[in-house]
Design a protein around this ligand. Structure first.
Ligand code: C2E
Ligand code: MG
Ligand code: MG
Length: 690
């Protein structure tokens, strides 16, 4: 079998010995098959083989040895491992940036992270001293004093410094890589580095406002460590460190993530509401009117699916630019959801003529030729409008009414609707649906399906989420997206919501009694329910059914319902948690994304919205955002659950980013109670307490 590898090379001695032993065992009949993976490098290339020794036609003295070249797979594995190390550094450094407030700590800990999380051999940050224009090492890890003083000496020398990779990277503002440092003549300290075990290195410039302020240098013990993918991530990393340098002491990164949308640079919903409140105040003082317009791009998902995410992102940026141009002030435009924007316009009182002006803006949008991949597209959209003072006299009410108008425009097939106008909308049609839903409640046509959440490390089910369906006798199962808004509009949500809470607890207690693995059930709560003065009393009442009830319940609430009235929300959440019921923030990132507010909230769990989970693949910006959210949540002692995990790749990446749990089709879709019990709750029986 040595012959397979050619005359020039063979497996290393331990593999050869293991192979000989394997052959002996198969011939003896001790085992019927033996396999071995082993390196078999030639002088010019790295190769790996998998050999399988089997008995031939059952006769033990006759054997077959098959050799498979598995080099491609091995190289891919090595590549993934290399990339994982870089991801780990990126993730840890992003957490550091949120946490750390002074430069020295940033530099020191960033170097340390590169070694501890990334497995790099050494690391160094050097900064340009603006007074002398010389480059000075400011932090390092893994380096001994001899190397450091040699580096300092060269960098301070007038003649030698300019030839160094460090100074070159700073001048050219590009990363410089040496993937075979032992024989790279560009390296001034090549011999010292080689002696210290370095085989490749990368010098990354730190660029702040277009100027190089320093470098981050990473040293690996492997040759050929820094490939294109690693460099893309490391460039991102250097950008993040540069960003932190720029904003340190001012904590602006946190504020930024809390107030702006990272893709378009527009304000997010939270900041928009703040600004809107300001504008409403101004308009009221001056006796002017104000229009709040929300836009929902139609079939945006199709664009993402057919043209790819980069095209989708490009479209969102173009929409943002178009809106800023129309409105004339970037501060009055916001991105409030994945494919939703908002803007404010000044109007007179009464607003008769302005309706025409608004109409003109909407027409202009629908007719605007957006360009994607060299083609022209017209983008369909729905609009919802609310006017100050007619439709509300504070920012929250206006915004909510504009949202209601938008929702109506979407379900009713209107191009745009004003809040006031939709009041006269086809009442009859709504009444039928309303009646049907009322009957559904009476006839017990609502059902709860359950979707498991699993621990990313152990793979075990930690809890389940209750997702409501309407089992309409005419059409079959109806999804909550279609009927919850109507339940909310009609106030039926209180009753149906109460039913869901009761039903979930009944199921939980039944599981307990039956000795099943009774996991906690998370129930979704509508903002209206939480705001209802009787809600706390209801939870109290439900939990009082049984001594174990509270530990079986978690409430999933959205960011929006907290931001409306922060003080009140905090006090009722506190009271609910005091009962032993857990609280989760649902769909995190879609609404206010206020990382800054999180620390004030009495919550246990953060659920990252599916949009971010999808967005983290093939997009290092998206990845670093998820990583930042996870690390920040962990620093607040929150459990992090990723929603909508559909692929192994997403699950692996989330595990790497130390996300705690996942929920999604990859593990299981939401299933009826009996299926859940049979498939997922029977494994772990609780000890019989008699
Ligand atoms: P949610 O709470 O964010 O629930 C997650 C939604 O994502 C569920 O949709 C679930 O079926 C879906 N999902 C889970 N894994 C995946 C995945 O891997 N891929 C994809 N594409 N989707 C996945 P569903 O059941 O249609 O529920 C939609 C929303 O309706 C829920 O969003 C929740 O906000 C609301 N809802 C559901 N049940 C109730 C309820 O009892 N009360 C209230 N107020 N709202 C509810
Ligand atoms: Mg939920
Ligand atoms: Mg969700």
């Amino acid at each position: 079998y040595l012959g397979v590898c050619g005359a020039a090379s063979g497996p290393d001695a331990p593999s050869a010995a293991a192979m000989a032993e394997g052959i002996r065992q198969v011939m003896d009949g001790t085992v019927s098959e033996f396999t071995l993976e082993y390196p078999c490098h030639s002088p010019t290339e790295q190769r790996w083989f998998l050999s399988r020794v089997t008995q031939f036609r059952g006769a033990s003295r006759n054997i077959v040895i098959a050799h498979e070249n598995i080099t491609t797979r091995k190289l891919a594995e090595i590549g993934v491992r290399r990339l994982n190390r870089v991801y780990a550094v990126l993730s840890a450094i992003n957490a550091l940036i949120v946490r750390v407030h002074d430069r020295d700590a940033l530099f020191r800990q960033a170097c340390q992270i590169a070694i501890e999380h990334g497995g790099f051999h050494m690391s160094m940050i050097a900064m340009v001293d603006p007074a002398t224009d010389k480059v000075v090492p400011v932090a390092s890890a893994g380096k001994d004093e001899d190397i450091m003083s040699a580096i300092r000496k060269i960098l301070s020398s007038d003649e030698k410094a300019s030839a160094t990779m460090v100074v070159q990277a700073i001048r050219k503002q590009t990363a410089i890589v040496s993937n075979d440092s032992a024989s790279d003549s560009r390296l001034t300290l090549r011999e010292s580095f080689t002696r210290a075990g370095v085989r490749s290195l990368a010098v990354l410039p730190l660029i702040v406002s277009g100027e190089s302020v320093g470098v981050l240098v990473l040293y690996a013990t492997e040759k050929d460590f820094f490939h294109e993918e690693e460099m893309n991530l490391l460039t991102e990393l250097a950008n993040d460190v540069a960003f932190a340098i720029d904003h340190i002491g001012r904590q602006e990164r946190l504020d930024y993530l809390g107030s702006y949308d990272h893709l378009t640079g527009l304000a997010n919903r939270h900041l928009f509401l703040e600004r809107l409140a300001h504008c409403v105040g101004g308009a009221s003082d001056e006796g002017r009117g104000l229009a709040v317009i929300l836009i929902d791009l139609e079939r945006f998902k199709n664009i993402n699916d057919t043209l790819g995410k980069p095209a989708g992102d490009a479209l969102l940026r173009q929409v943002a630019e178009w809106l800023i141009r129309q409105v004339g002030d970037a501060d009055r435009v916001a991105r409030i959801g994945a494919d939703q924007f908002a803007f404010g316009m000044r109007v007179g009182v009464p607003s008769g003529d302005d309706a025409l002006q608004l109409e003109a803006v909407i027409d202009a949008f629908l007719n605007h030729p957006f360009r994607l991949d060299g083609q022209t597209y017209r983008i369909a959209a729905k609009f919802g409008v609310a006017m100050f003072p007619d439709d509300g006299d504070d920012a929250n009410v206006l915004f909510r009414n504009a949202e209601t108008a938008l929702k109506k425009a979407k379900t009713g097939g209107h191009r745009h609707l004003s809040y006031a106008k939709n009041m006269t909308e086809s009442v009859a049609q709504r009444l039928t649906l309303e009646n049907q839903l009322r009957q559904a409640l009476d006839n017990e046509e609502f059902v709860l399906h359950y979707q498991p959440k699993v621990d990313l490390d152990s793979g075990e089910i930690t809890s389940v989420e209750a997702l409501m369906r309407w089992n309409d006798p005419r059409t079959g199962l109806v999804s909550p997206g279609l009927f919850i808004p109507i339940l909310e509009d009609t106030g039926l949500i209180y009753e149906v919501g109460r039913w869901a809470l009761r039903q979930a607890l009944e199921d939980y207690l039944r599981w307990r009694d039956a000795g099943l693995n009774a996991v906690r059930i998370a129930v979704n709560v509508s903002p209206l329910q939480l705001r209802h003065p009787g809600f706390l009393g209801l939870i109290n009442q439900i939990v009082a059914i049984d001594a174990h009830a509270a530990q079986g319940l978690e409430l999933e609430i959205t960011e929006g319902m907290i931001m409306d009235d922060m003080k009140q929300a905090i006090s009722s959440l506190d009271a609910i948690r005091a009962l032993g019921v857990r609280i989760a923030i649902d769909d995190f990132g879609t609404g206010f994304s206020s990382l800054g507010y999180l620390s004030k909230l009495p919550i246990d769990t953060l659920k990252i919205d599916r949009m971010f989970v999808t967005g983290m693949i093939n997009d290092s910006q998206g990845l670093s955002l998820v990583s930042t959210i996870i690390n920040l949540a962990h620093s607040l002692d929150l459990t992090v659950v990723a929603e909508g995990v559909e692929t192994e790749q997403q699950a692996n990446l989330l595990k790497l980013l130390r996300c705690n749990e996942m929920q999604g089709y990859l593990f299981s879709k939401p299933v009826p109670t009996d299926v859940l019990e049979e498939r997922f709750l029977t494994q772990l029986r609780q000890p019989d307490t008699g």
